[in-house]
Write a protein that binds this ligand. Structure first.
Ligand SMILES: [Zn+2]
Ligand SMILES: [Zn+2]
Length: 461
């Protein structure tokens, strides 16, 4: 068995792995890079293994984040006969994610993500629709076979976002577990990660987003810090903006507020805005109100729709006090709802902007975070804005830390572990291997974007 990382090997973005066994080829995830113009996985490399796209029998999607699924329409265009398998609850999220990425302000750039020569947005939309019509949603723990192959597969809940899965493959050349993005802390908005060990795993392809991170707060500890700071602002009538990723992070934060509000004397009202609203609805519809219910509860409501005009957001603020606004985008991208709210809130020292996760070095959110120490104005939503409010960053993760990955390796007991989806160095992995102190694992590798020859690796170690 061989695994060729076409993207996502030693990076977060463009996750795409070509798995080849003696008799069959399939793809696991087909994501995009977050930056425009370096968008697609290395599809031409596919020809190192196959003569034609028609040889690829199936594509598997682990979850609906664009770094795992954004290039699916492009792959479908290359081979419309390919089976597309996604985990349960993913299809409505895929619709929203893929179509939304076509209709943002940067749609011209975004469309490049799909195919370099898309001139017409309608054409891209049609392709997304055709791609999603071909998708088959598979329940968790249901063992299925890729048609015309000897490969069996199962999706297992990965605890990352709604419908996120790890994928277990059984082949004649050994069994492979692809973790996808995983989080094995207790979750409030979705079912927890659940692995079944009745199937043996020889080769583990593990994500390593936070393997190298200094942060080791649990999501709950991160939320505790956020909540106590929010309380201080809200008690004085201030408003806190939490810019958040619309899929996954926002729902987890909303659910954490919901739970905490039930046990405190002065609950914190939370208003949801932006794409967060639509995605939260999908969470409620998919999981059912008994399992997940945030919208329309006493202290968590949807914001009414405001037109994209800074004055309208300022007017709306005059009617509000002592609350949290949870809105996308997480990095205050120009034109996003969170950027409009930040623009309206920033000049009042009673307010706060609290980031709750990853903020890219080149994003407007990072500019604001770096700026806070000095006085003056900074560009928010593309306009110079006086900043007098507090600006801070908290950490509420939706990925496993090194400790969690270690736990998974011990539980699964693979012969080999290969780290992907991160920037772990060989030295770091050596340290990790020593700390894990496992005699059963024969070896660890770090992909460096090159292909693993899993079978040979096993024999040589
Ligand atoms: Zn993800
Ligand atoms: Zn990812």
């Amino acid at each position: 068995m061989k695994v060729l990382p076409l993207g996502g090997g030693d990076e977060i973005g463009a996750s795409c792995y070509m798995v080849s066994t003696k008799y069959s080829y399939f793809l696991v995830d087909v994501g995009l890079r977050p930056r425009p113009f370096q968008n697609t996985p290395l599809f031409p490399k596919i020809y190192e293994y196959v003569e034609s796209w028609e040889d690829i029998k199936a594509v598997f999607i682990s979850h609906a984040h664009l770094d795992h699924v954004g290039a699916l329409p492009k792959a479908f265009q290359y081979n419309p006969k390919m089976k597309i398998f996604v985990p349960k609850h993913s299809l409505s999220l895929l619709y929203i994610q893929l179509l939304e990425s076509l209709s943002t302000k940067n749609s011209k750039q975004k469309r490049l993500c799909f195919k370099e020569d898309y001139d017409e947005i309608q054409y891209a939309q049609k392709l997304v629709q055709e791609t999603l019509d071909a998708v088959e949603e598979i329940p968790f723990f249901l063992r299925r076979k890729i048609p015309k192959t000897n490969v069996y597969f199962e999706f297992w809940p990965a605890g990352h976002i709604l419908g996120s899965a790890s994928i277990h493959f059984s082949t004649r050349e050994g069994n492979l577990l692809y973790t996808g993005d995983i989080c094995n802390y207790n979750r409030e908005s979705i079912p927890n990660l659940e692995y079944r060990t009745n199937h043996k795993t020889d080769y583990l392809l593990s994500e390593s987003t936070y393997l190298n991170s200094q942060y080791n707060l649990t999501p709950q500890e991160g939320f505790d810090a956020l909540y106590s700071n929010v309380q201080k602002i809200v008690e004085k009538g201030g408003i806190v903006l939490i810019p958040s990723f619309s899929l996954g992070k926002a729902q987890e934060i909303a659910a954490m507020f919901q739970k905490r509000n039930q046990s405190v004397k002065k609950p914190v009202p939370v208003l949801l805005d932006g794409l967060v609203k639509r995605i939260t609805k999908i969470y409620e519809e998919s999981l059912g109100r008994t399992a997940y219910h945030v919208l329309g509860t006493k202290y968590c409501k949807e914001m009414r729709r405001l037109p994209p005009d800074p004055d309208k957001f300022r007017d709306e603020l005059t009617k509000l006090s002592g609350c949290v606004i949870l809105s996308s985008s997480g990095m205050l991208l120009v034109g996003s709802k969170s950027a409009y709210w930040a623009q309206a809130l920033a000049s009042d020292c009673r307010n706060a902007i609290f980031f709750a996760g990853y903020v890219d070095e080149n994003s407007p959110g990072k500019v604001l975070l770096d700026f806070q120490k000095s006085n003056g104005s900074v560009a928010i939503n593309g306009e110079k804005t006086q900043v007098k409010c507090s600006v801070e960053k908290f950490y509420i993760g939706t990925h496993a830390h090194a400790k969690g990955i270690k736990k998974i390796i011990k539980l699964i007991g693979p012969k080999e572990v290969h780290f992907i989806h991160g920037k772990a160095s060989l030295k770091l992995i050596k340290d990790f291997e020593n700390r894990l102190n496992s005699k059963s694992v024969r070896g660890f590798t770090f992909s460096k974007g090159i292909n693993f020859n899993i079978h040979e690796f096993g024999e040589n170690n």
